[in-house]
Design a protein around this ligand. Structure first.
Ligand SMILES: [Ca+2]
Length: 307
């Protein structure tokens, strides 16, 4: 199975040299789809893990346009007109909105755009927290009750996606990267009335950098609409590759739960540690024409590791 997966990776790496940018058009039916599995024990911290960091954003504030005083290395990355980040309850008070805990939470926004790379995201550097090759993350998320994507134009539907968090990424090369995305479901080139949840993967081995596998894990018809207007948890467990060199042992693994549903269960991958491992705990990044301001709130972030 491992050799089979590597063969696919190398084959697609060659194909994707033609389209090095993140494009939903780069897909592979050879990468297996995965059905949604109900997670019956949400909030269960894996055995042997201890809390390394937590915040409910109650005492967090912006120290500059790019940093929060979170007592852990972080970076606010905003791009595009109107893209911003704020502490709800401190910098802004949104009508009819209640944080998951206390009186504050993190807010992100990206305004309408007609080009890619507009974003608002909070990156947290985990190297100082994680002393072994495993970590577990849990955070609570809130999408506006009127959240939607542009589904009126076939060309937009074909290329649109919306990133919400990255369970693993490294600085400065941004690989390997694992990303949680929303996509409009498609029937041919038209919107099928559903939204998908896709996990994308971008490898770091020679020949792979910049190569995306948009449907590394594909969850069609995920009930995103049922998540709007309420808080829901996103959790992930990541085991990095045991190799400390650039030659992987191909024993990395990742599980991701969204609202208690297991949406990714992959193992045997070169999730190689680099010098600057980070997670993007909250993210709005979307890649095609969209019509409405996008907002996302995050609260009660917890990061666990092994002693
Ligand atoms: Ca809070």
């Amino acid at each position: 199975m491992r050799k089979h997966n590597l063969a696919i990776i190398f084959l697609l790496s060659f194909v994707c040299l033609i389209t090095p940018i993140h494009s939903a058009l780069v897909q592979s039916s050879a990468i297996p789809s995965q059905g949604i599995v109900t997670y019956n024990d949400p909030g269960n911290i894996p055995s042997g893990f201890i809390l390394k960091y937590s915040t409910g954003f109650e005492n967090v504030f912006k120290t500059s346009s790019t940093h929060l005083n979170m007592s852990v290395d972080n970076y606010l990355d905003t791009a595009g007109v109107g893209s911003c980040m704020w502490i709800e309850g401190l910098d802004r008070n949104t009508q009819s909105f209640t944080p998951h805990s206390g009186s504050r939470s993190l807010g992100l926004q990206v305004n309408s755009t007609i080009s890619e790379t507009h974003r608002s995201q909070l990156d947290v550097y985990i190297a100082s927290l994680i002393t072994t090759d495993e970590y577990y993350y849990k955070g609570y998320y809130f999408l506006p009750s009127n959240w939607q994507m542009n589904t009126s134009d076939a060309a937009v539907v074909a290329g649109d996606y919306y990133s919400i968090a990255d369970p693993f990424q490294c600085f400065p090369n941004f690989t390997p990267q694992i990303e949680i995305e929303v996509h409009p479901g498609r029937s041919g080139n038209a919107w099928n009335g559903q939204y998908d949840l896709d996990i994308t993967w971008r490898g770091s081995l020679p020949g792979q950098s910049g190569t995306w596998f948009p449907q590394w894990v594909h969850n069609p018809n995920f009930p995103w609409m049922g998540l709007r207007g309420r808080w829901f948890p996103i959790e992930w467990w990541v085991k990095m590759d045991s190799s400390l060199t650039s030659t992987p042992n191909n024993d990395g693994a990742v599980k991701i739960w969204v609202d208690g549903r297991l949406v990714c269960d992959m193992s045997g991958y070169p999730i190689l540690r680099q010098s600057g491992e980070y997670i993007t705990i909250g993210k709005i990044y979307y890649g095609s024409m969209d019509l409405t301001p996008k907002k996302l709130w995050v609260d009660d972030v917890e990061i666990y590791g092994k002693p």
